[in-house]
Design a protein around this ligand. Structure first.
Ligand SMILES: *Cc1c(COP(=O)(O)O)cnc(C)c1O
Length: 407
């Protein structure tokens, strides 16, 4: 039978139609199927190339088709894909060691997504509260924060409207204001067990925390005997030019979550804790795919490449280059400015032209540009950490052309 959605829809430039009828509708997607990726470039089913400054939302920290990741995946697939989570496996142990050797944490639990790692962090903090804080369970989070899309992490998130979606909510997440220590102080009660913060708010519009705030937060949480949790799902793993974003400040958090970049594109996330905080006992935490060797083998390759001599310094340098080039655009087009840390940056547009620019950039020919607009008045850039200077210049060149069209 010829259902209406089988009729090819006419699309621009005689591009091949996309049969999407069996895909659950959860977001508006362009009529494009991405088929290949290499470094900073993504290729669609029509053969068009896109300069990718999205990289799967800061996920592909080494760009597309990274050779080291591919060989790690191949080698591990031939050796062992899944022994079951009831046993240790070699990559799980090696990656745990690598992460603890290069951070202030002592224990690692691997998960499959950032939201799952954050769920684990919430559970761990509540468990710690039961053991050490007379059942305190409230976790102070921040307006405009983003911690994931499970029920608890939606409640923890400070996205407007998320406090009524899919009610009833998981309770216990009072919201403070980022970079406002007093607003945190006012929320601390004997029910408080932790404060959870993104060192750079990503989805909220790339808003870095200040050193005074992060260091004040650490002092405040110590003073009240509550935990400090950093959600580094977006800002961690080299994105800001340090292996972990908290390392920009003079602090040692109690719990950290990683996602996105740690797998370089494969589903891998981590919950890390200090020895004193890692209080789960058997039965508290688990999951079928947690710590599976296929994903953790890729994670080893990713972290080793980030730790290669000079790599992170170069991320800092390229972050400064991107910052300077964005500032030039801001001056030229009388925009509000730019902000960020390392290669997680935003251009503040001063008006709601973000979504229009995202569309124009994607449709730009012959080569498209992929960027995003987490808020309509700004653009976010999260290129491969291996992006070249030439690619940064090319991105700004395309953007300059588009700004001339819309401004
Ligand atoms: C993306 C993100 C998450 C959620 O990660 P998923 O892998 O999508 O579940 C959590 N926290 C932050 C800061 C993020 O950017």
């Amino acid at each position: 039978m010829n259902k209406p959605h089988d009729i090819p829809s006419p699309s621009a430039n005689n591009a091949a139609a996309v049969d999407n009828h069996a895909v659950m509708f959860i977001t508006q997607r362009p009529e494009l199927v991405m088929t290949e990726g290499h470094g900073s470039w993504l290729i669609d089913h029509n053969g068009k190339r896109y300069l990718d400054f999205l990289q799967g939302w800061a996920v592909n920290c080494l760009g597309h088709s990274n050779p080291g990741m591919i060989s790690a995946l191949h080698a591990q697939a031939r050796k062992l894909i899944n022994p079951s989570p009831a046993f240790y496996n070699e990559p799980m142990i090696r990656l745990s060691n690598l992460l603890t050797e290069h951070s202030c944490f002592d224990r690692v639990f691997f998960a499959n997504s950032g939201a799952e790692a954050n769920e684990g962090a919430i559970k761990l903090a509540r468990k710690w509260g039961q053991l050490h804080k007379a059942g305190a369970y409230e976790i102070i989070t921040f307006d405009h924060s983003f911690h994931g899309r499970t029920l608890a992490t939606m409640s923890a998130s400070g996205k407007p409207g998320w406090d009524t979606m899919f009610a009833p909510q998981v309770s216990g997440f009072p919201k403070a204001e980022l970079n406002d220590l007093d607003s945190v102080k006012q929320l601390i009660t004997d029910k408080t067990v932790a404060v959870m913060v993104e060192p750079v708010q990503g989805e909220g519009g790339v808003i870095p925390t200040t050193s005074a705030f992060m260091e004040g937060l650490r002092a405040l949480t110590r003073e009240h005997g509550v935990l400090l949790i950093v959600d580094e799902v977006q800002a961690g793993c080299g994105r800001t030019g340090k292996l972990f974003a908290y390392q920009h400040y003079n602090i040692k958090p109690d719990i950290m979550t990683l996602g996105k970049g740690i797998g370089g594109g494969v589903p891998l996330a981590a919950l890390m804790a200090t020895e004193d905080t890692a209080c789960f006992v058997p039965g508290d935490q688990g999951g079928t795919y947690n710590g599976n060797p296929l994903m953790t083998a890729v994670g080893i390759s990713v972290i080793e490449q980030l730790l290669a001599p000079g790599f992170l310094d170069d991320v800092l340098r390229k972050g400064e280059l991107l910052s300077a080039e964005l500032l030039k655009l801001a001056t030229e087009f009388k925009l509000e400015g730019e902000r960020g840390k390392g290669l997680l940056r935003a251009l503040m547009l001063g008006s709601d032209i973000g979504p229009k620019l995202v569309e124009l950039a994607r449709d730009h020919g012959p080569e498209g540009l992929l960027i995003n607009s987490p808020r309509p008045n700004l653009l976010r850039f999260m290129p491969s950490l291996a992006v070249t200077d030439e690619e940064i210049h090319l991105m700004c060149q395309i953007l300059r052309k588009l700004l001339q069209q819309v401004k």
